[in-house]
Design a protein around this ligand. Structure first.
Ligand SMILES: Cc1cc2nc3c(=O)[nH]c(=O)nc-3n(C[C@H](O)[C@H](O)[C@H](O)COP(=O)(O)OP(=O)(O)OC[C@H]3O[C@@H](n4cnc5c(N)ncnc54)[C@H](O)[C@@H]3O)c2cc1C
Length: 570
């Protein structure tokens, strides 16, 4: 049976030079960049009531170090990108859901105000982001009680509505959303019993394992999974089993019952490409995104793709960078540039050993300048060599101390390096390492410690790179630091050993508002004071209007550090 929408489209089709589908980090950057490259007739279509996408619910810090050279919370980053769009007077249509797209750039959208509207676009940027894998996709046996959520849904409840999803929590999957949520729930008074991961490596960034699990003593059990869900009305517990690394199957007899009232699933994101597929655009089954060329053009001329809808990113800064590129390419297309990913005269880019996917998947033979290739590894590798081979000849190699599936890798290559080739293969040649070895792999222990000295292996959390640092402390001083790749690492090692510090992010009540305000400390505070800072802020009630950047509390816990709002509550 097919279901057809018979509601008439209101009015004539509307022509727009550029239609951007999705107003998250990727869509906002693409629109602003297209404007800066000469396009004026732009509309962003966003199905939610505000722009920002997933950033709106990510109240933690860790965004913007590359793009703004500052550590921001998600909503702050979103507001900065939205401000760039507003400064350029770019039209944003909120509560507008795109229902269909064709390869000749006809876009049908629906909104409560306008009903069904058809846009005919000169160019389209796809920026629809991603969604989470659900319980249904995992096929876990057992009953269907309340209390089983994806980590992102729990994040939305907690951070946008101030609702705690449960008190005794088990997490399946150690993707970044899950790690961040584990800490968030601890802040809100829940007990996170354990985080389980089926594979022998974590799906999240190293810095998140340190800041979100290790800091709070939450055990990460690698090579473990859930085999059964128990409970009738509400979840009462789960069966946890060890996984055989060879067969990747649960080991019979290893099951243990773990009582809990909440199970959070953080088992990966899927690019949201229903519109892309329905438009007949060529897809890459490895990345689950569109197949694109070096300009981020899909196989349909004039349709570009960027951000999480193209491939899942670890950092928003790279999403915005990709949005910039897609916007610039759309502007060039509108100015008459030709070419699409489907055209014949291209170099095919394929993943080799150890590489899951590569974007872009094709490069035009007449491309100019440098091309950035982004990819993910399949496993954890240390002392890795990234080999780029053009038609069987080594074009270039790159070295990395460690490569992790949780972190997007990228290499930049001048087009001359593969001129005349028809295939480019990107592979990893490296020593594969086992469970949690990633934590210590790059930091070799000092051979001989001076008398009275203590060695510390640390993961630097100053930025998302997460360098593995080996520091030696003697008589209350740091006497040597290795493994850092920038000066911030030196400072971090000293601070982390002698006086560990963290930024604190949480919610604060606002009078006469169902929505709490998200806040963060302006700078880091001593880690040992986090519970006191949270307790002090729990007693605060703000009055409207609260604006992003307002100092809402001075000198928290006598630290000399102020607390600022990271979103508007007006
Ligand atoms: C929990 C979590 C924690 C993270 N932590 C960090 C971190 O600490 N540091 C960091 O740098 N990065 C982090 N990231 C990564 C980063 O935030 C994301 O990669 C980035 O924000 C994705 O942006 P996007 O625009 O591609 O997608 P999204 O933010 O998902 O935006 C897509 C937008 O498209 C809209 N849309 C979709 N379909 C339609 C349609 N049919 N019609 C109209 N609109 C549509 C959606 O409503 C949404 O607003 C995190 C991500 C998550 C999920």
């Amino acid at each position: 049976m097919t279901c057809e929408n018979t509601t008439p489209i209101t009015g004539e089709p509307i022509y727009r030079d550029l239609v951007v589908i999705g107003g998250g980090a990727a869509g906002l950057a693409a629109a602003a960049s297209a404007y800066d490259n000469g396009v004026r007739d732009i509309v962003i279509l966003e199905r939610e009531g505000a722009t920002g996408g997933i950033l709106k619910q990510c109240i933690h810090n860790g965004f913007g170090l590359h793009r703004f050279d500052e550590e921001l919370a998600g909503p702050e980053y979103a507001l900065r990108e939205a401000a760039r769009v507003a400064e350029r007077n770019i039209e944003v249509r909120l509560n507008t859901m795109v229902l269909s797209l064709t390869d000749d750039r006809r876009v049908v959208a629906v909104s409560p105000d306008e009903g069904l509207v058809e846009y005919v676009a000169g160019a389209v940027v796809l920026a629809m982001g991603s969604r989470e894998r659900t319980r249904g996709m995992l096929g876990i046996a057992g009953s269907r009680p309340a209390g089983v959520y994806t980590a992102g849904t729990a994040q939305q409840f907690t951070n946008l509505r101030g609702i705690l999803p449960g008190r005794e929590v088990v997490m399946l999957g150690s993707g970044d959303i899950g790690l961040i949520m584990a800490r968030r729930l601890v802040y809100e008074g829940a007990h996170v019993k354990m985080v389980l991961n089926r594979s022998h490596f974590s799906g999240g960034l190293k810095r998140n394992i340190v800041q979100c699990l290790d800091d709070y003593g939450i055990p990460l059990r690698l090579s473990h999974t859930i085999t059964r869900i128990h409970g009738r009305a509400r979840l009462t517990g789960v069966d946890v089993a060890r996984v055989d690394p060879a067969t990747k199957k649960p080991i019979p007899g290893s099951e243990e019952f773990v009582p809990c009232d909440t199970l959070l699933l953080s088992v990966g994101l899927l690019p949201e490409n229903e519109l892309t597929r329905a438009a007949g655009i060529a897809m890459d089954r490895r990345s689950n995104g569109a197949l694109v060329d070096e300009t981020l053009s899909t196989s349909a001329p004039g349709i570009f793709s960027c951000g999480n809808v193209l491939h899942i990113h670890d950092l928003v800064d790279f999403v915005s960078e990709e949005g910039d590129r897609a916007g610039e390419s759309a502007a060039r297309y509108l100015a008459g540039a030709e070419g699409a990913a489907g055209s014949a005269d291209v170099v095919r880019v394929v993943p080799g050993d150890g590489v899951g996917y590569v974007v872009p998947q094709v490069v035009h033979k007449d491309a100019q300048g440098q091309v950035t290739f982004r990819f993910r590894s399949r496993d954890v590798y240390k002392k890795a060599t990234i080999a780029v081979v053009a038609d069987g000849e080594m074009a270039k190699t790159f070295r990395r101390p460690i490569v992790l599936p949780a972190e997007m890798e990228s290499v930049k290559l001048p087009v001359e390096a593969f001129a005349g080739a028809s295939e480019l293969k990107i592979s990893l040649d490296a020593e594969q390492v086992g469970a949690r070895a990633d934590q210590a792999a790059a930091a070799e222990p000092a051979e001989q410690l001076p008398e009275g000295a203590v060695a510390h292996d640390l993961v630097c959390i100053s930025c998302p790179v997460g360098c593995m640092i080996h520091a030696v402390e003697q008589d209350g001083k740091i006497v040597s630091v290795t493994g850092n790749t920038c000066r911030r690492g030196l400072k971090y090692a000293e601070g982390e050993v002698l006086d560990p510090q963290r930024m604190v992010t949480c919610l604060v009540d606002v009078e006469e508002s169902a929505m709490p305000a998200s806040v963060r400390t302006e700078r880091t505070v001593p880690k040992r004071l986090i519970p006191d800072v949270l307790a002090e802020l729990r007693r605060v009630t703000l009055t409207k209007p609260v604006r992003c950047g307002d100092v809402v509390f001075e000198n928290v816990c006598g630290t000399g550090v102020n607390v600022v709002a990271t979103k508007d509550v007006l």
